[in-house]
Structure formats: structure tokens, C-alpha cells
Design a protein around this ligand. Sequence first.
Ligand code: SF4
Length: 335
Amino acid sequence: MLARERTQDDWRRLLAGAVTDPKVLLDRLDLGDGPLARTLAVAPTFQVRVPEPYLACMTPGDPDDPLLRQVLAVAAEDRPVPGFVTDPLAEVEHNPTPGLLHKYRGRALLIAAGGCAVHCRYCFRRHFPYADNNPGRRGLEDALAYLAAAEDVREIILSGGDPLMLDDDALGWLVERLEQIPHLIRLRIHTRFPVVIPQRLTPRLVDLIAGSRLRAVLVLHLNHPRELATGISEALQPLLRRGIPVLNQAVLLKGVNDQLETLMALCERGFEAGILPYYLHLLDRVAGTAHFEVDEPSARLLYDDLAAALPGYLLPRLVRETPGAPGKLPLPPRW
Ligand code: SF4
């Protein structure tokens, strides 16, 4: 018998049922009475959000679980650290209409939705003014008008938050409108949603992406090989069968993936699932994330080893984002 098709109800139910109370999260992992419970942030402004398929991949009883570390709000977030600021990439300066970022030549980024299915504690957009940048239909019309006039823009990046927070109807409307702009030729979708709720890749969404006039590419965000166990590997297969390239960008995070074996496994097992490594980002120095930082000399030593251990096509590019630069700054291996 055929497996039941994924529907919008499946992912909506999982999204609505995500764990938002850090104490409940720790209880579910048998950590409610341990020392980790005493390190929780008191009143995090960036709320905890962890959907069930992601939670199911954590190891009960392990306070150092690399997936848990990415989503648990701890008191270290509240400590001000010099050099860590609310808008490290000065994105607000490249915001011509609400919801649109035009930082680089030839491509623009549309904040299609302000929310996310998971709240990653290291997120560089955790302080971004989404309330002012939630374009809604009317704001999207302004963004579409800007794009129609910006003839050098050939690629549109749907981002967020997470663009897959939009349902398939809303995404279908948006993609159709983008297809009407003749100079746009590529559609890039940046998302972590299907990593934490693989049910989001509904047959309709697959049709929408694979059937577009725009050449599409899906850029996922996985930081640890255990994240492949949420069901994302299987969920990607219909898209891959239809020829859609799937890439991964990861962030180098202390206590999560700053080990050679972990990064190798992420690249190699990702490839087995059809995902090509794309970027390995150094952490953007955003307020509240200093405890995740791997300093640049250590990151480069680790990357030298990674480059020596993997074939070139499995090596993500180590990059740092620098405000005002024409693109991401590559940090190649030094040997
Ligand atoms: S899914 Fe992406 S945008 Fe959303 S919190 Fe995580 S890193 Fe940030």
C-alpha cells in the first residue's frame, strides 16, 4: 500500500505542537532535575521553539546534546559581550522596501515570512526587526515592483525567518508573481523548516518548486549529521528525482559541530542523502551568541584538516560575512 501523502495538516499540526517551554523540553529529555536546568535564561526575548521531529533526534539524559544546545535558551545569552551587536551585518542599511534586502549584485533576498519552525539560539537574525519587515500582501507588491524595476537582479532568494512558513497557496501566489518578472531566471529557497519538520515537503510544494519557470535550488541548513535523522533524507527524494539541486549551509558552532569527525560526517552523510555542502559560516557576532563562537584561528585550523580529509566536491566553503563587502569573504585552506 502506498504511504499516505504528506498534507498541509501534517506540518501545521507539528508546527503548532512545537515545544516552547524550556522546562518541558528538559523534562522530556530527563534533564529537568539536572544542573542544566539551573542555567536557563530567565525571560528570553527570542522564545524557545522545538518541533517534535527535531526533539525526537536528541539523546535523553545528555546535557551536551548538540541538537539541544542549538535550541535551548541559556543565561549566557543575556550576558553582553563586547563586539557582539544586534545587527552585525548592517542589514537594515540594505532594506529598500519592507521585506526586501538587496545587498549583492545580481540577486536580492525577500523575507517571505518572519517566523521560523525552530528557534536557533545562534541566529544572526534574532534581533532583526521582523515586525517592520513583515511585508504582507501589500508590502510584497512593493517588493515585487522594486524587483521588476531592478533589471540587474537575476536571482531571487526566498528567505526569512523561513519562507516555508508560508503555506502552499501563499507560496504558489508569490512564485507565480516572481515568474512574471522577465529578468528573473533563478529561484533560491533558504530554509531550515524541512530539516526540523520534513512533512513540510508536501507533493504540492515539490510540484511548485520543480514546475516553476525559474530554475530552482533549495538551500538547507543542517549543522550536525544527527539532524539527517529527522526524516529529511527521505523527504528530499521527490525533489531530487525532479532534478532540483539541494545544498547545505552550516554555521560553525562551539559545542555543536567544532570537531573534524562531526563536520566530515555532516558532509559525507549529507551527500548520501543528495545534499551538497555549500557554505560553512563563521558565526556572525550577534548579541547573545558569544558562547557559540569558534575563534577564527581555531576555525581555520579545523578547516585545514577538513580540506585535507574530504574530496573537493564535498568541502563547503568556509566564509565570513562582512558588512559592505560585495559577497561573503572566503577563507580558503592555507596549505
Ligand atoms: S531557522 Fe534560520 S532564520 Fe530561523 S532561527 Fe534558525 S537560523 Fe535563524
